[in-house]
Design a binder for this molecule. Structure first.
Ligand SMILES: O=P(O)(O)OC[C@H]1O[C@H](OP(=O)(O)OP(=O)(O)O)[C@H](O)[C@@H]1O
Ligand SMILES: O=c1[nH]c(=O)c2nc[nH]c2[nH]1
Ligand SMILES: [Mg+2]
Length: 159
């Protein structure tokens, strides 16, 4: 079956990340935020602003090449977050849970949050905002740009 796409605009990402911050402020205080790069960087910046948090650490895990999943590679481990106790780990989404499983291994006591979640990865995340189905590919604003689309009448006529 062809995957569905769920397009997220900058506005929507900002709103959903702020909704995440509302949930997380109740669960703090936090020593700092660990952003899972690269996708977690922008949600982490928005949440950090709302939580008034200035201590930002990063961990880099490379799991996908475009839509193809490979073996997760830790390109940069976290250096300042110890075992994660009191720290908040943020990513844009959890899909299969492969990435979060690796980061949970590095920061077992941290709280894990994502803006979006798919069912297979759901058990690996402590707090999230929006769930989408497993066959949905989320299109983030940094991976897309608006483009011309032919009128329906013209594209239907060419079929
Ligand atoms: O739950 P999973 O199946 O592991 O998928 C989720 C991860 O995949 C994407 O990262 P990606 O590997 O594409 O790297 P990027 O954030 O640098 O784009 C996304 O940002 C999550 O980190
Ligand atoms: O941009 C993305 N959208 C997704 O749905 C996804 N799942 C894993 N990695 C992903 N990256
Ligand atoms: Mg990522």
């Amino acid at each position: 079956m062809a995957p569905r796409y769920y397009t997220v605009s900058w506005d929507q990402l900002h709103r959903d990340s702020k909704a995440l911050a509302w949930r997380l402020v109740e669960k703090g205080p936090w020593k700092g935020i660990v952003a899972i790069t690269r996708g977690g960087l922008i949600p982490a910046a928005i949440v950090a602003r709302e939580l008034d948090c200035r201590l930002i650490e990063s961990v880099s895990v490379i799991t996908y090449d475009e839509e193809v999943r490979g073996e997760p590679q830790v390109a940069k481990p976290p250096v300042a977050a110890g075992d994660g106790d009191g720290w908040l780990v943020l990513d844009d989404l959890v899909d299969t849970g492969t990435t979060l499983k690796v980061v949970r291994g590095l920061l077992p006591k941290a709280h894990f949050a994502t803006v979006y979640a798919k069912p297979a990865g759901n058990p690996l995340v402590d707090t999230y905002i929006t769930e989408v189905s497993q066959d949905t590919w989320i299109l983030f604003p940094w991976d897309t740009e608006p483009q011309f689309i032919a009128p329906i009448a013209r594209s239907a006529a060419s079929k």
